[in-house]
Design a protein around this ligand. Structure first.
Ligand SMILES: [Zn+2]
Length: 172
């Protein structure tokens, strides 16, 4: 199996698995295809871990405390769910001095700024909605990280592709 072909099927699996699963229940050919794709994923080596950290915040010690819990949950969940063939991926919740969230491919690091959470918290009428919005952005950045770490080909605009991935991933 060539590397290129493998990347293509990985993308198909990640982006369309929800759709395929829905339409494939009566179609044994597609079921066979999904089973083959699952076998291919088994061959990916897991050479790294998600290293998740919540830094101290100027918004108060409670912020770090709540994000510490989240960080350990994410670390457990993601390390069980995702293989990282290229090595560790770092996730940091921190004060950035600006409202932002981004993936830094140079350092394989997702930075989630507390300022973004604060902004959502002020904008949305319930804390639950603020958390949902923050998580959508988080999964969007995770999408960028997985595109980079798995060398997934981006078939359209990457921003749109990772929005699609975020929508799928957040339902897992
Ligand atoms: Zn983006």
């Amino acid at each position: 199996m060539t590397n290129r072909f493998f990347r293509i099927i990985m993308t198909i699996l990640i982006v369309f698995i929800g759709f395929i699963t829905t339409v494939a229940t009566e179609d044994s050919d597609i079921e066979q295809m999904i089973s083959d794709l699952a076998d291919e994923i088994e061959t990916v080596e897991d050479n790294g871990d998600f290293i998740v950290e919540a830094k101290s915040s100027r918004y108060g010690t409670d912020v770090k405390k709540s994000f510490d819990g989240l960080a350990s949950q994410i670390s457990t969940d993601f390390n069980n769910q995702f293989k990282l063939p290229k090595g560790n991926v770092f996730i940091s919740f921190e004060d950035c001095g600006t409202v932002n969230a981004f993936y830094d491919p140079q350092n394989a690091k997702i930075i989630m700024c507390y300022e973004l959470f604060q902004t959502f918290f002020e904008f949305y009428s319930t804390p639950e909605d603020a958390v949902k919005a923050f998580f959508f952005v988080f999964y969007h950045e995770l999408g960028h990280a997985l595109v980079d770490q798995w060398d997934l080909p981006v078939l359209g605009k990457e921003e749109d592709d990772v929005d699609g991935m975020a929508t799928r991933l957040i339902k897992i």
